[in-house]
Design a protein around this ligand. Structure first.
Ligand code: FEO
Length: 170
């Protein structure tokens, strides 16, 4: 069994990851309505990845003999007023999630929970990639988003993103 605080933080993280999936579905829907199906696809895939993150946290708790307590998932509350907003909110959100992962990591370190630290290593790396991806998307949009033809091509590029199952298996 895990330390009580570690258990609670990870149980909460299930909810945070499901909220991330919900938030990115909202972004995906926004772009679908805006006629940008590539951006919509990109966030649809991202939502699937977030759901996977939630499942990994859930499985980790179960594998350690803990009961899962699912909580209410908050409604996505970001105001999506133009094609830039979801991208910027996405980066901010990933930075927030990184801080949550770091917080669990640091709590696990305090109680010398090396098993949890090893489990979290995958997420630390994943967060680095997710922040970079979110930042790259903003940069591309800043470069190409104001020209209709370039935006069309960028949107087409984003249609190519496909879902792959996480490399971490529990
Ligand atoms: Fe599960 Fe995007 O962090």
């Amino acid at each position: 069994m895990l330390d009580k605080k570690i258990y609670e933080l990870i149980n909460d993280q299930i909810n945070k990851e499901l909220y991330s999936a919900y938030l990115y579905l909202d972004f995906s829907n926004y772009y679908e309505e805006a006629g940008l199906q590539g951006f919509s696809n990109w966030y649809y895939v991202q939502a699937q990845e977030e759901r996977d993150h939630a499942m990994l946290f859930l499985k980790y708790l179960q594998n350690n003999g803990h009961k899962i307590v699912l909580k209410e998932i908050a409604k996505p509350d970001k105001e999506l007023k133009d094609n830039f907003t979801p991208l910027k909110e996405g980066l901010k959100h990933e930075q927030y999630v990184t801080s949550l992962i770091n917080n669990i990591y640091s709590a696990a370190n305090e109680v010398k929970d090396f098993r949890t630290i090893q489990f979290l290593d995958w997420f630390v790396k994943e967060q680095g990639e997710e922040e970079t991806n979110a930042d790259n998307l903003i940069k591309k949009m800043e470069l190409f988003g104001n020209d209709a033809k370039s935006l069309y091509m960028l949107d087409n590029e984003l249609k190519a993103r496909v879902y792959t199952a996480p490399s971490l298996v529990l």
